[in-house]
Design a protein around this ligand. Structure first.
Ligand code: HEC
Length: 154
């Protein structure tokens, strides 16, 4: 290989090594999406404890932080963590139903509802209104459940 060829190959290798959004392995997709859901569930739990149940004293700053975290994950483009090879009939350690890649209209519907309600959660949390936050918690929870009922195995 000529010298210029070597340099060109080196540049190409570098740019391929660091694409804007790396294509993750199926295992990494599954781990990352489960971590994202767990992290949202942890934050939903905080909102439930403070705004809904009152087990923990209401702290508007903590509620804002929790809602921001949920909205950030909702808006992070999690769709990139779902590939047809990552369903439970093809991969291990996952409960993603294959229907996820067959019922695309339904996926779009539940996904859009979820992102919309998560963004609203962030807005409501910013107001510090506990009652409104409790109501919006419930609205978000319904969108989580809608997706689970359709696309997550028991
Ligand atoms: C677009 C569909 C969808 C939405 C919306 C959704 N989930 Fe899930 N969730 C899934 C799927 C699919 C799995 C299974 C992922 C896997 O096993 O690969 C899952 C898994 C989980 C898990 C278990 C993670 C693990 O470690 O296995 C928790 C907890 C969870 N979701 C909570 C939530 C919460 C809380 C919300 C709403 C704030 C939510 N999810 C919204 C589809 C969704």
């Amino acid at each position: 290989m000529k010298k210029t060829g070597v340099i060109a190959a080196a540049i190409l290798a570098t740019s391929f090594a660091m694409p804007a959004a790396a294509q993750l392995s199926v295992e990494d997709q599954i781990e990352a999406r489960q971590a994202g859901y767990q992290f949202m569930a942890w934050n939903m739990g905080k909102i439930k404890a403070q705004a809904v149940d009152g087990d923990v004293e209401f702290n508007a700053d903590q509620m804002k932080a929790a809602a921001n975290a949920i909205a950030a994950i909702a808006n992070s483009g999690m769709g990139a963590l779902f590939s047809p090879d990552s369903t439970m009939d093809k991969a291990e350690n996952t409960r993603l139903k294959p229907e996820f890649f067959q019922q695309t209209d339904k996926v779009r519907e539940v996904g859009t509802n979820f992102v919309r309600e998560a963004n609203k959660l962030q807005e409501v949390a910013a107001t510090g209104d506990r009652g409104a936050l409790a109501r919006q918690f419930s609205a978000v929870g319904q969108t989580c459940k809608a997706c689970h009922d359709n696309f997550r195995a028991d």
